[in-house]
Design a protein around this ligand. Structure first.
Ligand SMILES: [Zn+2]
Ligand SMILES: [Zn+2]
Length: 366
């Protein structure tokens, strides 16, 4: 079928809208008519080729929409179902079998190869093939081809125009708290970076029952929003010694849990230094390959730990419907993070995201 997609032609290039041909779904595949598609940091670092996804390609990996067609053997969704698209995984490796698809042994091949496992791409134009299947979807298009494995059916009463980012950024922040760190009620947590991932983590900390929830950022507007969504305290990292301030807030002991979402090495260092003995730091921020950080070994020795977290340790078919339920109950107001843009305005959405004036741009399709 003929679709309209936003192409990334070369490294760092602006997105250009173009007509493409999308293959019919093969067995196990699902075509989704897009309603919304979030713009995530990972789209932009792939556009800039921090990760070697082959170009030209169609990026986008936070799609939500309505199933338009299914390939043979697809049983869990049918035409007309409302779905959120999420990251893909192989389903057969040791990590997938353990229920940890975010650490799939084939994660790179499933999400960043730009093609199906057999090397084919479902996207074509007159001059040749275009790489697709980005995160098993390539959602910067009015129709996307996914697989049954990365399509999550959701309550048709939930607003599809908001749901796209649940598939990546928002499940990453919320899952980092609810699935990875699992802070008990009454515990303390500090979230470094008050972007859409960090603020999703703040909202999740409220759901978890944390009683000290600190947001750290350099932008006062974001810190105001952090308070609005449940931060009990905020710290502007440019205005003093963040680690000392966090100790002051926690009887001099340090914080039970920290979550690093900025990918800045000096900030990860602060997030570890701010922990109390036995505390855990979750690392979510995606730095360029090869980025290193220095940590104090004797401090780590005292029961402190650092663990990396991909996609909030989510099992999407279980976790995304939970986030939708929490949203519908008013307990996870992630709509406050979102600003909608018409698909045609994708470059404006990206510019506003990079300037920091929009936390989470979401493209909507006519
Ligand atoms: Zn796997
Ligand atoms: Zn993402």
């Amino acid at each position: 079928m003929r679709i309209t997609a936003a192409l990334t032609e070369t490294k760092g290039a602006p997105f250009t809208l173009a007509p493409l041909d999308l293959d019919d779904p093969r067995p196990g595949e699902v075509v989704v008519k897009m309603v919304s598609s979030g713009v995530c940091h990972t789209d932009l670092i792939v556009r800039d080729q921090w990760y070697p996804v082959p170009l030209p390609a169609v990026l986008g990996h936070e799609g939500a929409g309505v199933v338009a067609a299914v390939g043979g053997g697809v049983t869990s969704v049918g035409v007309g179902d409302h779905v959120v698209l999420t990251f893909n995984s192989c389903g057969g490796c040791r990590m997938c079998i353990q229920g940890r698809p975010a650490y799939c042994d084939q994660f790179f091949a499933c999400n960043f190869a730009g093609s199906r496992p057999d090397g084919s791409t479902p996207l074509h134009r007159e001059t040749g093939d275009v790489h697709g299947v980005f995160f098993g979807q390539s959602a910067f298009a009015n129709y996307a081809l996914a697989t049954e494995r990365n399509v999550v059916k959701v309550d048709p009463g939930a607003p599809l125009e908001l749901l796209g980012p649940l598939g990546c950024g928002i499940q990453t922040g919320a899952g980092g708290v609810l699935n990875s760190l699992k802070p008990p009620a009454g515990s303390s947590i500090a979230v470094f970076g008050a972007g859409s991932v960090g603020l999703s983590a703040v909202m999740a900390a409220v759901v978890a029952g944390c009683t000290t929830i600190v947001a750290v950022d350099l932008n006062d507007q974001r810190l105001e929003l952090a308070k609005e969504v449940g931060a009990t305290h905020v710290i502007n990292g440019a205005e003093g010694d963040t680690v000392a301030l966090l100790r002051d807030l926690t009887s001099g002991l340090g914080v039970d849990y920290t979550l690093e979402t900025t990918a800045v090495p000096a900030v990860l260092r602060q997030a570890v230094d701010a922990l109390n003995q036995g505390g855990t730091c979750g690392l979510i921020g995606a730095a360029a390959l090869g980025t290193e950080v220095a940590l104090d070994m004797s401090s780590l020795l005292f029961g402190r730990s650092v663990r990396g977290i991909v996609e909030g340790d989510s099992v999407p078919h279980l976790f995304i419907p939970k986030l939708v339920d929490l949203y519908q109950q008013g307990r996870f107001p992630f709509g406050k993070l979102i600003k909608s843009y018409a698909f045609d305005d994708i470059n404006q959405a990206v510019e506003d995201s990079e300037k920091g004036t929009t936390l989470k741009p979401v493209l909507t399709f006519a």
